[in-house]
Design a protein around this ligand. Structure first.
Ligand code: HEM
Length: 129
């Protein structure tokens, strides 16, 4: 498959993933029953699977590995942190305040990852400043 097609799928999935996370985080902080809807539970996992599969495909097509490219390593480490803090925001956080704080940290991590991807630099948005 064409590299740019997969890259576009990856970037579109990233945008959708952030949008759905924001929505679920908002419902989580407000303890809304919307969070229990079936599509809300299923769709984000489908999108995130596409996001990851496309990312891994790009990595293989570029022959760029996290052990050689610090920006890819930074992306993967931040991704793990995003997933852990994301579950705190949506599932595990016991109070609304904890869920709101975790949501903000998770969104900041996501934006860090986008900056790392665009600049190919672990400094993310600060690269070249
Ligand atoms: C939350 C997770 C992720 C987000 C938000 C994200 C975001 C992005 C974005 C926005 C780009 C396009 C950058 C540009 O403008 O050139 C990109 C490219 C890329 N991503 Fe991801 N990504 C994520 C996860 C991953 C993962 C897990 C991998 C690898 C295992 C990966 C590998 C790549 C590669 C190889 C590129 C291509 C860079 C290029 O062509 O210059 N991404 N990512």
């Amino acid at each position: 498959m064409d590299y740019f097609l997969i890259k576009n799928i990856h970037m579109t999935a990233a945008g959708l993933s952030l949008g759905l996370f924001g929505l679920r985080a908002w419902w989580s902080v407000r303890a809304s029953p919307q969070l229990q809807r079936r599509w809300v539970k299923v769709l984000p996992h489908l999108i995130d699977t596409v996001l990851l599969a496309a990312g891994v495909s790009l990595m293989i097509m570029l022959r760029a590995w996290p052990t050689q490219q610090p920006w890819l390593a930074a992306k993967l480490i931040a991704l793990v942190a995003y997933i852990v803090i994301g579950t705190l925001a949506i599932k595990r956080g016991r109070t609304s305040t904890i869920r709101a704080a975790a949501s903000l940290v998770a969104i900041a991590l996501f934006l860090y990852i986008v900056g790392v991807a665009m600049n190919h630099n672990p400094l993310s948005w600060l690269a070249g400043v």
